[in-house]
Design a protein around this ligand. Structure first.
Ligand SMILES: [Zn+2]
Length: 480
């Protein structure tokens, strides 16, 4: 790190008291900037603000599936809280899908060597967007397949009229090695695409082994994507334990499942992104956006996914207000709607702000739980990395000094902004335990460690303030 680069990032900081003096405010040195960032870090990390907001969203509001009362209430409460902090708050309209879960039951009703009267109740949950089964349910043979290649190899003659079970496991070794996101990425393809791939060969329903570790007999929900031109069949996830049971029984003979799902897709409805500005003192039109998503799945209370992200973004504004710091650029706190089953909040924002996209200096999102952060991930150009190093050095004081260069996006909702050239950032959170509860009924406040959450909020606070003070970062290449 050269002094010149440090200066390039920090040269433009004016002290918070600059306005009190009549003479022109001097640019301050890197060390003064560092001292300010250390103050922000230390104030953020001892505050329980984000934890209290997480409790408000998860305990007092509860599940916040897009289109639900909980989602609407969360919009109101977060907007009110950000107004109370003194931010300029707008609700930006977003048209969103409205899917509601109904009944969901499944049982194995026949297998090789079953005694009369025995059945196995399964831990099952419909995937977001799934169509319903007929009212009486579906009774059909279950065919386990490891992957899409095996499905294709089995062909229509073995799949038609059957329920396909995708048995691909979440790679727990990969997760234990710190690559939980990659493990999830490997498993989640079957949740997303399985229904249409199976239906294309005549399957009557598709089930996937939950995209998460085995352990608590919990099914993980999540969105599916039906392909155009293929029949829509009911789709659900079952607990890993049940998937393994079916595999073992199917190895010995035919297995029959009774499946009932009664979800409904209602007409699209009106919702909002909450957009709240802590106005910049010098360049108020230029924006550093810091965000999490307000909607959640409906099984748990969306504490880790993603009340903590919204709360940590709010924590940035609360910390700066507490310290009496006004950033040079505007820090914009955004609580996104509909990350989970449509991404309409993120895409609508990018469309609405096409005209001022060049004024968006950076976009931050936290959406990976709130385990201890070891640093931050940066979707930036390689030339940007040296500029970020001083920020990492400040964060190393709380064990969060890693600057992890990423070629790909670091948050779903900010993805559309990244594609338009806006650099993206996210806390580099320890996600080893995250997928145990992610999208399950166990995503509740008790899983949130208040200290680790405050550390993540400190990462966002330091990063957002530094980026709001420094020279604009190089833009990402614009991609389709
Ligand atoms: Zn999320």
């Amino acid at each position: 790190m050269t002094k010149t680069l440090l200066a390039a990032l920090f040269i433009t900081l004016l002290s918070g008291a600059a306005g009190a003096h009549d003479e022109p405010a001097p640019a301050v040195s890197g060390s003064a900037m560092t001292a300010t960032l250390v103050r922000i870090r230390d104030a953020a990390v001892v505050s329980d603000y984000a934890y209290r907001q997480t409790a408000m969203l998860s305990d007092e509001v509860g599940p916040r599936l897009t289109g639900s009362k909980g989602a609407a209430e969360a919009v109101k409460r977060v907007a009110a809280e950000l107004r109370a902090l003194g931010l300029e708050v707008k609700l930006e309209p977003v048209k969103v899908p409205h899917w509601v879960r109904g009944e969901e039951t499944a049982a194995l009703v026949d297998w090789n060597n079953r005694a009369e009267g025995l059945s196995h109740k399964l831990a099952i949950t419909a995937l977001g967007g799934s169509v319903a089964t007929p009212k009486k349910g579906i009774r059909a043979e279950v065919v386990p397949v490891r992957d899409f290649a095996e499905l294709t190899a089995l062909g229509r003659e073995n799949i038609s009229g059957k329920i396909v079970l995708f048995t691909a496991a979440f790679d727990e070794q990969m997760a234990a090695a710190g690559r939980a996101g990659d493990a999830y990425g490997g498993a989640v393809a079957y949740r997303g695409l399985g229904a249409s791939k199976a239906a294309a060969l005549g399957a009557v329903a598709a089930i996937n082994r939950s995209a998460g570790p085995i352990g608590n007999h919990q099914p993980h929900t999540g969105a599916l994507r039906y392909a155009d031109g293929v029949a829509k069949v009911p789709a659900a996830a079952i607990a890993a334990e049940d998937s393994l049971l079916i595999e073992r029984l199917a190895a010995k003979g035919k297995v029959t499942m009774q499946l009932l799902l009664t979800p409904q897709t209602l007409p699209d409805t009106d919702s909002f992104n909450v957009v709240a500005d802590l106005k910049g003192r010098e360049l108020p039109d230029e924006i550093v956006l810091v965000s999490g998503h307000l909607d959640s799945w409906d099984l748990g209370t969306g504490a880790q996914d993603d009340a903590t992200g919204v709360a940590a973004a709010m924590h940035v504004a609360a910390t700066l207000k507490t310290l009496g710091l006004t950033p040079r650029r505007t820090i914009r706190v955004v609580a996104w709607m509909n990350e989970e089953n449509g991404l309409k909040g993120g895409t609508s924002y990018a469309e609405l702000h096409t005209g001022d996209i060049a004024k968006h200096i950076a976009a931050l999102e936290m959406d990976y739980g709130s385990g201890h952060p070891t640093g931050f991930a940066a979707n930036v150009t390689p030339a940007t990395l040296p500029l970020l190093k001083p920020i990492g050095e400040v964060l190393s004081g709380i064990g969060a000094g890693i600057v992890d260069f990423r070629l790909t996006g670091v948050g779903a909702d900010i993805g559309p902004l990244n594609k338009l050239g806006v650099p993206g950032f996210a806390p580099l959170t320890d996600g080893r335990d995250y997928f145990t509860i992610h999208h399950t009924a166990a995503d509740t406040l008790d899983k949130v460690n208040p200290r680790f959450l405050a550390e993540n909020a400190a990462v966002l606070s330091v990063l957002a303030y530094a980026l709001a003070e420094g020279e604009p970062l190089p833009r990402l290449p614009v991609t389709p």
